[in-house]
Write a protein that binds this ligand. Structure first.
Ligand code: 5AD
Ligand code: FES
Length: 351
């Protein structure tokens, strides 16, 4: 087993084994980081090209019915001012992000049942009609008929992370959730033909390198269209406040690289949490080491302070326009270009 062989497998889109993925993680821990980064960049270029797609994220409600042990907006956190952005203001933010060259809107919230099947449905319809943006929804676990209805209203994609493929750990840190049900949600979305994104956190308590290897392989097994991962950052307002680890940016961006080698055809975003580990550099590094998507924060500025799933989240003082400009600079600085199309899954739809 060596990195060159595994890269050649990836270039043929052959599935790596969990043992091979684990081997790569150990190489990353030891010495051969640069070779892994280079391999991932080559595989990214071959399958996904040089364009970086922008998905503007609007965090439209921080109400949540659940109490995940790591999350700063979980229902038990009292120090958070709860907000919901109304439909007209969401629409305004969608028009703005479109003007700023972002071709997808990601609507994310806590699990907020105020946004019923019908209310979300009419929001989706209105956004599609007025902007024709690609629409990604990320509002947690719902029934199949709800997902199906939203698809009929114009939803293109859905994001729902499995967080960890270790069932015991999953259930320990999700007091309201059942592992099988979470996985069912992901499989349902795939089955009904919604482009599906999922992923996990790196460095959750009670996990080790074998867990990371299995998480990466599980993304492949699920045949995901998009894969979002990021470091777990301990939040002082939550039960896991004392369970944080100090992250090494070269390790966590290397996990992006291995994720790419194991999933050549998935869209992989450089997620916001990478910037927590290396301020204003983390996301570029992820893009240079296997990622191909950037999700600028397009939430109106005044709400941002109240949507901090983890501490030190970047861009809280910035406006949507600030982030839009900043992102362009960051992408051009690494010699890549911005995708003008919707950047749909290359597995399901031609761009
Ligand atoms: N650290 C890192 N990521 C977190 N998320 C939630 N809380 C944290 C945290 N403390 C991630 C979860 C969730 C996504 C929206 O944000 O993976 O799915
Ligand atoms: Fe928000 Fe740079 S991406 S300020």
């Amino acid at each position: 087993m060596n990195i060159e062989n595994l890269k050649n497998k990836a270039l043929k889109n052959e599935r790596l084994s969990v043992e091979e993925i684990f081997f790569l993680i150990q190489q990353l821990r030891n010495k051969n980081k640069q070779e892994i980064y280079k391999a991932a960049d080559e595989v990214r270029e071959k399958f996904m090209g040089n364009l970086i797609y922008l998905r503007g994220i609007i965090e439209f409600s921080n109400y949540c019915r659940k109490s995940c042990d790591y999350c700063g907006i979980n229902s038990k956190v009292k120090d958070v001012k709860r907000y919901r952005i109304d439909e007209d203001e969401i629409l305004k933010a969608c028009h703005e992000l479109k003007r700023n060259g972002q071709t997808t809107v990601v609507l994310q919230s806590g699990e907020d049942l105020f946004w019923t099947k019908e209310k979300m449905g009419s929001l989706i319809e209105r956004i599609k009609k007025e902007t024709d943006l690609a629409i990604t929804i990320s509002v947690g676990e719902r029934e199949e008929d709800v997902y199906l209805y939203w698809k009929q209203c114009g939803m293109d994609r859905y994001l729902i992370r499995f967080e960890t493929s270790n069932k015991e750990v999953f259930e320990k840190i999700h007091p309201d959730d059942n592992y099988e049900e979470r996985i069912e949600c992901i499989k349902t979305l795939k089955r009904i033909g919604v482009q599906t994104g999922s992923g996990f956190m790196i460095g959750l308590p009670f996990t080790d390198d074998w867990d990371i290897a299995r998480d990466i392989d599980f993304c492949r097994e699920l045949d995901l269209d998009m894969i979002g991962i990021g470091p777990f950052i301990a939040n002082p307002l939550t039960p896991l406040k004392d369970n944080g680890v100090k992250h090494d940016i070269d390790f966590i961006t290397g996990i992006i690289s291995i994720l790419r080698l194991a999933n050549p055809m998935a869209h992989i975003p450089a997620t916001t949490a990478f910037d927590v580990v290396l301020d204003h550099e983390g996301r570029q590094l992820a893009l240079k080491r296997g990622a191909n998507v950037f999700m600028p924060n397009s939430t109106p500025q005044k709400y941002r302070i109240d949507y901090q799933l983890y501490p030190d989240k970047p861009c809280v003082d910035e406006s949507a326009g600030d982030c839009a400009n900043c992102v362009v600079g960051r992408i051009l600085s690494i010699g890549r270009e911005i995708g003008k199309g919707p950047g749909h899954s290359i597995k399901t739809i031609n761009n």
